[in-house]
Design a protein around this ligand. Sequence first.
Ligand code: ZN
Length: 207
Amino acid sequence: MKKAKFTQIFLVGLLALSVVNSGNIVNAASNVISNTTSKAANNVNVPSKITKQLLTGDKFNSKTVKVFIEPNNPAGIQQDIQLAVKDWSQATNHVKFEIVHDRNVANVRFTTGQISYFRNALTFQDQTTPNGNHVLIDRAVVKIDPQNFDQTKVSNFGIRVASHELGHVLGLADVKNTNLKYSTIMWYHDPAVGITQNDINAINYLY
Ligand SMILES: [Zn+2]
């Protein structure tokens, strides 16, 4: 069972990340990727084995992800987030992504601050609606701990971490199968690749 509020979902980082979910701490990290994507859609009606590993059962309750970046995020990280949003936008046309400048219209908010447990970032399900054994995520908050990132300029690492967290926002799970380290942005440890076709397939299947 998931808690409706502030279930901590993910993390990513240089160090192993951890996910706290309803009291369980799971080591998770993330990495993410490079961008291979095309909007050419893969309409997958039957989920592949990898797709199944990427799904949590939860999903975002909107096909438009409106991202508000708190102005107190360091400049480099703000750029990382913007590029992560762009990468996801280019990856799929099943979900739309936009940066908004009014937090009141956003359904995803990126904030900053220190995070314990050696995590680089965390995604919180800020507001959810029950959906069977799972939830529809109405609103999410992503918190990035700036200490492990280049705060003054964009970095691949920062982009990948932000993309990984957006994957969590959309309902993707951390992947811990070492064989899949280079196959998904949802690898739970330091990012090895960016958004991959497997990630896109999972999103296109889910939405
Ligand atoms: Zn994660």
